[in-house]
Design a protein around this ligand. Structure first.
Ligand SMILES: *Cc1c(COP(=O)(O)O)cnc(C)c1O
Length: 373
């Protein structure tokens, strides 16, 4: 029986190979730890396993539910919570994560209380805001926050970190990442703690690594997109030795007909209350695929067939112009697409999209991790 559609195919050996290439490149730049970020696949255990097999020394996710999924799958590698902990969830944070990224003193005090009550030590990375204007404290507050963590029972000051190219689209540079390295030095000097981890960002920092410009002293990068799709994310450059042929979205043709490219009749709004515009290309051959916005937004899909044009989608129907397609497209055919990062996230989140895992060697999480706490 053929695999069900719509589906997302996940090529684990390619994700593992991407991770291996990126880990080797990072090691040459002095980065000892590449943390595999799993949120793009909702912490799919196969993907997490591939990241660890490729040399990631820990796993990280933005959501507690995803960390719980990793715990249940038996992973023993250190788990980091990426999103700042919610005050209302500090219990679960301490239970599920070995470490979290933090910027709020009040949250740190709450984590300390819970960690003490649970008899655990919770690792803290202090996030510094270096221009992207998302999470983090201003550099001037880091020493004081480090003193606070050093004095709170149940907490361990693991390091300092920053996040760039997420909200403000700010590109990591020797200057802003260098500032983080200097801050770690300042904390070591003034607070007298080792601060072993300098967490220098996400997949966008890999551009600095590729160019040999990552400041020395960065020990860790938190990488999701780049191991999943083989690109750094400052400029979208393919990383040498990696591939983007890791995830494929496949949908089935449920209608193929010639239709005028312009609608006919009085026009209001479409299914999502937008007022659309159209280009008159005359009568065109169009395929309707059984895939919609409830699965993946059409702008996040690139057809693998030459000459196909994604026209748009409603909740359940994807319209593709196949007039110039390099192969004839028939009813019942499968059409394949490369999803963007957002496309992967959406397809993995839709309960209607079947997940077909390629190359899973079935090795249990417990024996694949290597890293220990
Ligand atoms: C999502 C996230 C990452 C990983 O980003 P990628 O671009 O997928 O590598 C790293 N750090 C934080 C704080 C994140 O939220």
């Amino acid at each position: 029986m053929p695999a069900p559609t719509p589906r997302i195919e996940i090529d684990l050996p390619k994700i593992e190979a991407n991770t291996r290439t990126i880990v080797a490149m990072c090691r040459r730049a002095g980065v000892t730890d590449v943390i595999g970020v799993t949120k793009g696949t909702l912490a799919h255990p196969g993907v997490a396993r591939a990241m660890l097999a490729g040399g990631a020394t820990g796993l990280a996710d933005a959501r507690l539910l995803n960390l719980a999924r990793l715990r249940e799958a038996g992973f023993t590698a250190p788990l980091t919570l990426l999103r700042l902990p919610s005050l209302s969830q500090v219990d679960e944070v301490v239970r599920l994560a070995d470490r979290s990224l933090n910027s709020e003193p009040e949250t740190l005090r709450a984590l300390s209380r819970v960690a003490v009550a649970a008899g655990r030590t919770h690792g803290v990375t202090l996030m510094v805001e270096l221009g992207d204007r998302r999470e983090g404290m201003p550099p001037e507050e880091v020493v004081e926050a480090a003193r606070l963590v050093a004095g709170l029972p149940g907490l361990e000051l693991v390091g300092v970190g920053t996040n760039l190219t997420c909200y403000g689209a700010v590109i990591p540079s020797p200057a802003n990442v260098g500032r983080l390295v200097e801050l770690a030095e300042t904390v070591r000097r003034e607070v007298g703690r080792p601060v072993p981890v300098v967490s220098g960002g996400n997949s966008s920092s890999l551009k600095l690594v590729m160019d040999g410009k990552l400041p020395r002293g960065v020990t860790e990068l938190r990488i999701g997109d780049a191991v999943m799709r083989g690109h750094e994310t400052s400029y979208g450059e393919l990383i040498a030795g990696t591939t983007d042929e890791t995830f494929t979205v496949v949908a089935e043709v449920v209608e193929v007909r010639e239709k005028p490219s312009l609608p006919e009749g009085e026009m209001g709004h479409d299914a999502f209350w937008n007022v659309p515009t159209f280009v008159d290309r005359g009568v065109r051959r169009r395929a309707i695929l059984a895939l919609g916005r409830q699965d993946v937004a059409p702008e996040n899909l690139a057809p693998l067939d030459q000459g196909m044009i994604v026209l748009g989608a409603s909740s359940d129907h994807l319209l593709v112009d196949v007039s110039d397609a390099a192969r004839p497209v028939r009813l019942g055919d499968e059409v394949r697409f490369r999803p963007s990062y957002a496309g992967i996230l959406q397809a993995m989140t839709s309960p209607y999209v079947h997940q077909l895992v390629l190359g899973d060697n079935g090795v249990h999480a417990k024996s694949a991790g290597g890293a220990s706490k």
